[in-house]
Design a protein around this ligand. Structure first.
Ligand code: F0G
Length: 460
């Protein structure tokens, strides 16, 4: 039996969940076009679609909601929000947004011009889409170790420094307005980036005058991995590690729906005066005034309190061990998962799980559908459905390195008994894997964000 840490909280409020019948699940899948984004949440028993905005807030956060000051400008909660983020990041300008992708939109619509290159370890889907929508070109430069799901390596989110330097030389620093670094690297398996790699990236880009921005959604989970995996950091507090991480950043975008422990919210923070001015102007145009950016006063308060709570090391130890617990249960039964387990999710290697289904037939999506049908559990594909795209030059379809199914764990929501049920159900699907069939897209295949809206069916 894998090790686990008991939850460092008691449950004060509960939300009932129910299982519906197999027949009903079959009917619902058909109606949803075999896309789990289309399934009503009350038809789901355990929802592992995302860890974004789905967490349970603490009593302290709920108390904070009652202190919401809904004045239009410069409300009380804004000052708390700004202070919490400034203390965390040390950055000069704090610009609130209603969630992470709004921060991305503001950044890339301000800095990206036609054909400009934006490198990252791996871009998340909304980041990639926001860059493309603004005429830019997203580039993924994660290390090769990060592309091998079965390889145990402590920092699979690291950037390949040689590749980064070559990209800058090839395209020219004037064509690279910003370097992004996603911590932890969601599309690559929730894998952390080491302090050493952050430092090395900063050293390279600053030599060319390119600013370094974190996609900081899961900064606290990243910092905890540095504490337990990177030599020389075992005795440093997470708070100190976070401080050091951000000391190398010129800015960040953040979805507070993850390590902000809130249900909504986000921000951009940065040092550059003229860039901040331009972003603020756009903020007023599309999100809201400078001190609320699309959030209510009470949401600002929940985020401020969440950012303070998330660095609690008892919480982080439990969080990381909960993900590992689920991963260990699956691995012991032979289910191929991405190793080591990451910060917010267990990722199943769908191509290995179903070697008989080619990438062109979306093995990950077939598994997602099967897991819902068999057990009422909603998961998400992070693979060919999400990322395969036509190369604009050759016209050929480029497939992603990995076809994964993500079991994302909402923060502070499910207990280890829930996770045992999840593991048992997936192990059943694994033992039945030969019967799973490939899939094809029947509607909305051309969209850059097709995984949200596509309708699918089984191949003959
Ligand atoms: N960057 C990363 C690394 C993310 O994981 C997400 C969201 C975003 C940006 C965008 O933030 O949702 O607040 O607009 N990830 C969620 C997920 C949706 O399921 O992984 P958002």
């Amino acid at each position: 039996m894998p090790n686990y840490l008991p939850e460092p909280f008691r449950i004060k409020v509960v939300e009932p969940i129910h299982m519906i019948t197999l027949e009903e699940r079959r009917r619902i899948l058909e109606k949803a076009g075999y896309n789990v984004f289309n399934i009503p949440s009350d038809k789901i028993y355990i929802d592992l679609l995302t860890d974004s905005g789905t967490g349970a807030m603490s009593d302290r956060q709920w108390a904070g909601l009652n202190l919401g000051d809904e004045s239009y400008a410069h409300c009380r909660n804004w000052f708390h929000f700004e202070k919490a983020i400034r203390e965390l990041t040390g950055l000069k300008y704090i610009i609130p947004t209603h969630q992470g992708r709004a921060a991305e939109n503001l950044l890339f619509s301000t800095v990206a011009k036609d054909g400009m290159i934006i490198p990252n370890n791996n871009h998340f889907d909304t980041t990639r889409a926001n860059i493309i929508a603004n005429g830019g070109v997203p580039l993924d430069l994660v290390i090769d170790e990060g592309k091998d799901p079965s390889l145990e390596y402590p920092f699979k989110g690291n950037v390949n420094i040689t590749k980064l330097e070559n990209v800058i030389k090839e395209y020219g620093k004037e064509n690279i307005p910003v370097m992004m670094l996603t911590i932890t690297n969601n599309s690559g398996g929730g894998q952390p980036v080491s302090i050493k790699n952050i430092k090395d990236v900063k050293e390279v880009v600053s030599r060319y005058g390119i600013p370094l921005f974190f996609d900081a959604c899961r900064f606290a989970e990243n910092a905890y991995f540095i504490k337990i995996r990177e030599e020389g950091h075992g005795n440093t507090s997470v708070k100190e590690i976070v401080k050091e991480m951000f000391s190398y950043a010129d800015g960040c975008t953040m979805s507070a729906k993850k390590d902000g422990l809130a249900n909504i919210g986000g921000f951009i923070a940065l040092n550059n005066d003229s860039l901040a001015e331009r972003i603020k102007e756009r903020l007023i145009l599309i999100e809201g005034f400078l001190t609320y950016g699309g959030m209510a006063g009470r949401d600002l308060e929940a985020v401020a309190r969440g950012l303070e709570e998330v660095m609690d090391e008892d919480y982080l130890a439990y969080r990381i061990s909960q993900v590992k617990f689920l991963g260990d249960l699956l691995e012991e039964a032979g289910v191929p998962i991405l190793k080591p387990t990451g910060g917010h999710a267990v990722y199943i290697d769908a191509r290995k799980f179903m070697e008989h289904i080619p990438q062109s037939q979306f093995p990950g999506q077939s598994l997602v559908v099967s897991i819902y049908l068999q057990a009422g559990i909603r998961t998400v594909e992070i693979g060919s459905l999400m990322f395969a795209h036509k190369d604009p030059r050759s016209g050929e379809i480029v497939y992603p390195d990995l076809d994964l199914v993500r079991l994302a764990l909402p923060r502070r929501v499910y207990t280890s008994a829930h996770l045992r049920y999840v593991a048992d159900s997936i192990i059943k699907s694994y033992n039945n894997r030969k019967n799973l069939r490939g899939m094809k897209i029947v509607e909305h295949g051309e969209s850059n964000l097709r995984h949200f809206i596509a309708r699918l069916y089984f191949v003959d």
